[in-house]
Design a protein around this ligand. Structure first.
Ligand code: BGC
Length: 262
């Protein structure tokens, strides 16, 4: 346990069955939190995360829900209140990506990515904000953005649009609810070793191609993103709101200029 103020607090994390969400769930367990882990289809992954949380001294429950629907998000809030009696932290982490040249991108693929990544973030934040306001709580919201809220990424236009949307959404609601003591921040991971990227980074050539775009010359670990989430969740970051905390080995620093080139 690093942040004592987190112990016993209640969190919802969307998309907690794998990747970054899974690492955050585990870390919140180590902080002795009570965690609702949402999953879409990977029940086994979510159950495993619950076990890891319990083993670490926290409490957890796995709940299936589609975060792009109001009913799905309500189900998660209800699970927090029914199982753990409260809500202190909501992490909008669920996300997806796929690659298509934009002139071939189907409306269906566009909508699916926007719905899960951006609308899911809106609906989760809305549910959490209403709970915090109704209960006069200085709650905390963390949104999973990406370096691609800032860096354009050809053939991923729907994904970058969703993350760019999350950036301004985060800043806007951070300002809107700051006077209530509610903090809202984003995390912007770079290239992280998660299932989304597993195939790409298993190939040494592709690993090197990506690592060369990172000043630190390596792919990040999900636990390094989870550490940022724990800090933003805790009172140690009490004067921080509306930021995107990039966890990217320097990827957002115009790495083409590294070594004084240019
Ligand atoms: C994407 C990864 C990608 C990374 C860096 C992330 O937002 O999910 O697939 O490797 O950005 O480009």
């Amino acid at each position: 346990m690093v942040y004592k103020d987190l112990a016993g607090k209640v969190a919802v994390i969307t998309g907690g069955s794998k990747g970054i969400g899974n690492a955050i769930a585990k870390r919140l367990g180590e902080e002795k939190m009570k965690v609702v882990i949402n999953y879409n289809s990977d029940k086994a992954g979510a159950d495993h995360a619950v076990q890891e949380i319990v083993d670490a001294g926290g409490q957890g429950v796995a709940i299936q829900a589609d975060v792009s629907s109001e009913e799905g998000v309500q189900k998660l809030l209800d699970a927090a209140v029914e199982n753990f009696g409260d809500l202190d932290l909501w992490i909008n982490n669920a996300g997806m990506e796929n690659q298509h040249p934009t002139h071939e991108l189907s409306l269906n693929d566009w909508e699916r990515v926007i719905n899960v990544n951006m609308t899911g973030t809106f609906l989760g934040s809305k549910a959490a904000l209403n709970y915090f306001l109704d209960h006069n709580k200085k709650g905390n919201i963390i949104n999973m953005s990406s370096v691609h809220e800032q860096i354009p990424w050809p053939t991923f236009a729907h994904y970058t649009a969703s993350k760019g949307g999350i950036k301004l959404f985060t800043q806007t609601i951070a300002m809107e609810y700051a006077e209530k003591g509610i903090r809202v921040n984003s995390i912007g991971p770079g290239a992280i070793n998660t299932p989304i990227n597993a195939e790409k980074f298993a190939d040494p050539e592709q690993y090197k191609e990506t690592a060369d775009m990172i000043p630190m010359k390596r792919i990040g670990d999900p636990a390094e993103v989870a550490a940022a989430a724990a800090w933003l969740a805790s009172d140690e970051s009490s004067y921080v709101t509306g930021i995107t905390l990039f966890v990217d080995g320097g990827m957002t620093l115009y790495p083409a200029f590294q070594g004084g080139k240019g």
